[in-house]
Design a protein around this ligand. Structure first.
Ligand SMILES: [Zn+2]
Length: 358
């Protein structure tokens, strides 16, 4: 008579083989720069951007690899591209603790703080090292300034190794923002379609349809567009702002990543895609024509009609020098929430809801 123990022992190898055939185990480790993770493990380390003599001291980029036990996509997640955008940085800290590599299919590459000079100096938009906006210099340059060399390091070591990417942002330290996702339509049709499904899977209901990214891989400008111009579906998301680290904005990013992991088949469980997306078919960033003191007349999420006053710029003695008005009716996606404003800088972004894309 068989005991249960004998049954299990006899059936064991057959069962194991069936599981193996259904989802072959991953035998190979995964490396990003000097960091290597074996299957079913997490590895953390640093990418080094070497100094440039007479120019700067270089910098470091902290990364982690969560390497699953089964084959699957390589999802890159970038945080801290702008210096005072904290909610994505904190969301990735949580993801690292909460993700079990043993139940993961594929690999997640986390860039914890892409722009260390700006993060540590607490600067908005621009690097203290070279005055450049990191999210405007991709894919980067080997002989360039520090921001351009950070960009090249992320392009080569992270983006070119990934199959999918989410560039995680929020309003910068001066931007009061309602959460939304950018769906970029300018890639190859299959890449754009997968990007759209990722946008829905991320779960935030406002999706800005972005048709204006360059198609040239050598002048990709933005992080997410660097992936898209290399045939890798990608998103940019925004959740949080004003240098605040609120729970709601962090949890929204965690939830969004979990939704995309489920959508890509990297995890069995996760939240469902957004049920009723709101497609922002027309959007515009309104910019200051003057330098001075900005005071907003609207708040994030407000609905405005064409001509509604968005805010005023005064000179440094209090005289109004400019009134910014809505060019069309829509919703305030973000508005500058602190007084300093320089000519050419954004004061707000307005988006108008349109039909769902076909
Ligand atoms: Zn940003």
């Amino acid at each position: 008579m068989y005991s249960i123990r004998q049954c299990v022992r006899t059936g064991g190898p057959v069962l194991a083989m069936a599981v193996l055939l259904a989802s072959p185990a991953l035998a190979q480790s995964f490396s990003v720069g000097p960091v290597t993770a074996a299957p079913g493990t997490i590895a953390s380390g640093t990418l080094t951007v070497t100094p440039k003599a007479g120019s700067d001291d270089g910098t470091s980029i902290p990364i982690s690899i969560i390497h699953g036990t089964k084959p699957g996509p390589v999802l890159a997640l970038t945080a801290g591209v702008h210096g005072q955008e904290y909610t994505p940085v904190l969301a990735l800290q949580r993801l690292l603790k909460s993700t079990d590599p043993k139940t993961l299919a594929g690999t997640i590459v986390l860039v914890h703080v892409a722009n260390m000079p700006s993060f540590l100096a607490r600067t908005i938009y621009y690097s203290p090292a070279d005055g450049k906006n990191l999210n405007r210099v991709f894919p980067g340059k080997a002989d360039g300034t520090l921001s351009e060399r950070i960009a090249l390091t992320i392009t080569r070591e992270v983006i070119e190794r990934a199959t999918h990417l989410i560039d995680l942002h929020c309003g910068d330290g001066n931007e009061s923002l309602r959460p939304y996702t950018y769906w970029i339509t300018t890639g190859a049709p299959a890449v754009a379609e997968t990007g759209k499904q990722m946008a829905l899977a991320f779960g935030m209901d406002h999706i800005v349809v972005d048709r204006e990214r360059p198609a040239d891989a050598n002048a990709s400008v933005y992080v997410s567009n660097t992936a898209i111009t290399r045939g890798k579906p990608a998103l940019t998301i925004e959740s949080g702002g004003m240098a605040v680290t609120d729970e709601e904005s962090i949890a929204r990013i965690e939830r969004g990543i979990a939704g995309v992991l489920r959508h890509l088949g990297m995890r069995a469980d996760g939240p469902p895609p957004v049920a009723q997306p709101i497609w922002i078919q027309r959007s515009e960033v309104l910019r200051a024509s003057n330098t001075g003191i900005f005071q907003a007349a609207v708040e994030r999420g407000h609905s405005v009609a064409q001509g509604t006053l968005i805010g005023r710029i005064t000179d440094f003695h209090g005289k109004v020098v400019e009134e910014i008005r809505a060019p069309f009716g829509g919703e305030i996606l973000y508005v500058i929430g602190t007084p300093p404003i320089s000519k050419g800088e954004p004061v707000a972004m307005v988006g108008a809801i349109g039909a769902a894309p076909q």
